[in-house]
Design a binder for this molecule. Sequence first.
Ligand code: FES
Length: 352
Amino acid sequence: MSTDVEVIHDHPVPDPGHPEHVERWTDVDEESARRAERQIAACFGVVPLLALGFVAVYFFVPKSWTVNFADLHAPAQHIWFGLLGGLAILLVGIGAVQWARLIMGDHEISEERHPATSSAADREEVLEDVHTGIAQTELGRRKLIGTSLKVALPALALPALVTLLDMGPWPGPGTRAATIEKTIWAEGVHLVTDVTYKRIKAADLAVGELVNAAPENIKDLEHDPAEMARATAKAAIIIVRMDPSSIKIPESRKDWQVNGVLCYSKICTHVGCPISLWEQQTHHLLCPCHQSTFDLGNSGVVVFGPAARSLPQLPITTDADGYLVARSDFTVPVGPSYFERDSQHDYKDGDR
Ligand code: FES
């Protein structure tokens, strides 16, 4: 039986040996080595300045400024982020490559091919190589490089940290109460159709009818499409009319409806899909995304599917002319659950 050693020695290609070793100028001239060291340190030394420049751009260049050049139309901030961040990373790379080329140990080595599994001796050898490599970085002797790198690498974290600010305000109780737990619904806001913004009369709705609707004050946001989209995503509603004798209306919600006309959030409490698949006979509303089903004839409780909470109901009444108006905002947050959400005020089957 042949051994691994024999296989290696039987290799048909003769060992060409090492080419003649050529000394680097930094190995033979100490002044050249020091100059290379200074150049590398300069590369690393500029990185913190570029990182600070990145942070300054974030705070002082208005987000509305744009660069328009030929076919390029981009926010000025993004152009500067790219230039400053890219240059910082490039300089770290150049410094590291030059460090390896000019300063670190320069010894040719060759290694015989060997079986894929490393022997204990090989592993020890690898560890020894790692330690030798660390020693060859000359960090102990080249303090300038070590110090500048220690400043440069943490500085690269600054741009990443500062852009976290764009993730929005910290979602503490105050922020949540003013944002995701609030919609633009308020007492006296008229319910209007979601496309034509026409006010809706309770008496005009037929039993079994479902209407997609919105708050009338959504029109005030037409000048700001992004804000309008955000407000619509939370305030969208459906209005349904059912025969009052065929539904359950708890005592606490008696005055939230008008003669069998009820209003619910259109946003599924599972992960937020808009819902309007309506089964007149059963009063069930089906979400097309994951089939959660809500019973609108029983305060929106979940009767099937992954949603964990009832569909929020908007308390409504009519104005002097019979048009539907909200009595208040939703009494619980609309849409999907989130960690800090308090579910104690959600309607549960059997609540009075
Ligand atoms: S979003 Fe409605 S069931 Fe998942």
